[in-house]
Design a protein around this ligand. Structure first.
Ligand SMILES: NC(=O)c1ccc[n+]([C@@H]2O[C@H](COP(=O)([O-])OP(=O)(O)OC[C@H]3O[C@@H](n4cnc5c(N)ncnc54)[C@H](O)[C@@H]3O)[C@@H](O)[C@H]2O)c1
Length: 255
């Protein structure tokens, strides 16, 4: 019996992931590692990045670790330059770094507002700002910004986070229009509640109430979000998504 001809193996992509040390970012890193891609993993938590590297599937073509604060322009620019030097370019950028606190607006210190916007919105701007020119110079790329369903519907005690994530969705649409003619496709993924350290910090009341209002009746797991990111980065599956916000969200928001 003859074996049917196999398609030639795809060349490994270089995937830069921010917030890679934990939760959704770590699940995305594992998924791209299984695809045989080259990974540049960035996070403020260097120790957890090192721990992730130990448990990644050995199928990754290469792995480099980069400790940074995504809200710091110099650190982001230097990290992107390091990744381009080490890997020859960036094919896929996934912005997953994020923070979340639960504070009613009437009690919110302006510094809490600023910190959330700095990490959750400015951080996305900065990594796109410094990565996109490299993608354009090489003729293309994919950017996937992790937003949130709370940027679509809002959440009590989460005005700062909801505003930042709504900002990510608007930013994604605007940048998608700028970048698509240059071969770079920019999209967002807006997960619903997912079991990660980020939501562990929310109050039990908030979590119980949230679970009860989900049509699916449960939170997601990080490995249930990663495939949507992979789809947006894929060829041909992701080729026609431009400025979209995909919602693996347990039915919390129906677009
Ligand atoms: N878990 C959820 O329910 C949920 C739902 C919707 C959207 N999201 C979004 O998904 C993304 C990932 O969240 P997660 O749930 O995996 O959380 P997580 O806390 O497990 O992971 C977030 C990672 O971001 C890193 N990080 C935080 N601030 C940083 C900074 N200034 N610079 C660099 N790295 C920084 C953390 O060290 C951590 O490793 C976030 O953008 C979050 O807002 C999460």
């Amino acid at each position: 019996m003859t074996t049917p001809p196999q398609p030639p193996p795809r060349a490994p992509r270089t995937v830069l992931i921010t917030g890679a040390a934990s939760g959704i970012g770590a699940a995305v890193a594992e998924a791209f590692a299984r695809e045989g891609d080259r990974l540049a993993l960035a996070d403020r938590d260097g120790a957890r990045l090192a721990a992730l590297r130990e448990r990644l599937p050995r199928t990754a073509a290469a792995v480099t670790l980069h400790t940074l604060d995504v809200a710091d322009a110099d650190q982001v620019r230097t990290t992107v330059d390091d990744v381009v030097r080490d890997h020859g370019g960036v094919d896929v950028l996934v912005n997953s770094a994020g923070i979340l606190t639960e504070v009613p607006l009437v009690e919110m210190e302006p510094s809490v507002w600023d910190q959330t916007l700095d990490v959750d919105l400015r951080g996305v701007f900065l990594s796109c700002r410094y990565t996109l020119p490299h993608m354009i110079a090489r003729g293309g790329g994919r950017i996937v910004n992790i937003a949130s369903q709370l940027g679509q519907k809002g959440g009590e005690g989460l005005t700062h986070y909801s505003a930042a994530k709504a900002g990510v969705i608007g930013f994604t649409k605007a940048l998608a229009r700028e970048a698509a003619p240059r071969g770079v496709l920019v999209n967002a993924v807006a997960p619903g509640p997912v079991h990660t350290p980020l939501v562990d910090g929310l109050s039990p009341e908030w979590k119980r109430a949230k679970e009860a209002e989900l049509p699916l009746g449960r939170f997601g797991r990080p490995e249930e979000i990663a495939p949507t990111v992979l789809l947006l980065a894929s060829d041909p599956g992701g080729n026609l998504y431009v400025g979209q916000t995909l919602g693996p969200n347990s039915g919390d928001v129906m677009a």
